[in-house]
Design a protein around this ligand. Sequence first.
Ligand SMILES: [Zn+2]
Ligand SMILES: [Zn+2]
Length: 146
Amino acid sequence: MAIPALRQPKLSGKLQDFSQTVAEDYKNVVVTLKDNRKLVVSANAYQGIVKAREMFKCVFCGTDMELDEKYKDNHIDSASHKERLRAYPHMDEFGENLIRKLNNNIHYCTICNIVMASPFLMRHITGLSHTTELDKAMIRGTAYDV
Ligand SMILES: [Zn+2]
Ligand SMILES: [Zn+2]
């Protein structure tokens, strides 16, 4: 008896590529949206840690750190950082774009791991670099679908 098409395991090269990507980056965060879709972003992006020249910078706390994973991990684990992160939730109205509002003038895009002035927010979300990164995050998220 033939196996129904839908039940056949998908072994396309593409699918294997995706699982490799997820396995390689062990420091990923899986974000589950309200409609249960999943996005995979890097832990740095999720935590608001940007690499600036010779240092790490936490955009939520305004803290500069030596370019050392240990300092960074300590910072991410700190109670004050966790509190800040809770204070800047991803905004519902931007859904899967994962935008946090730092203040009236500054927003942070978790998908792209960048800070931007608020007047540029809409242009950023509709721009090619953001939509490309968002697509990647979505595709990687499908690996976590059950
Ligand atoms: Zn912080
Ligand atoms: Zn973005």
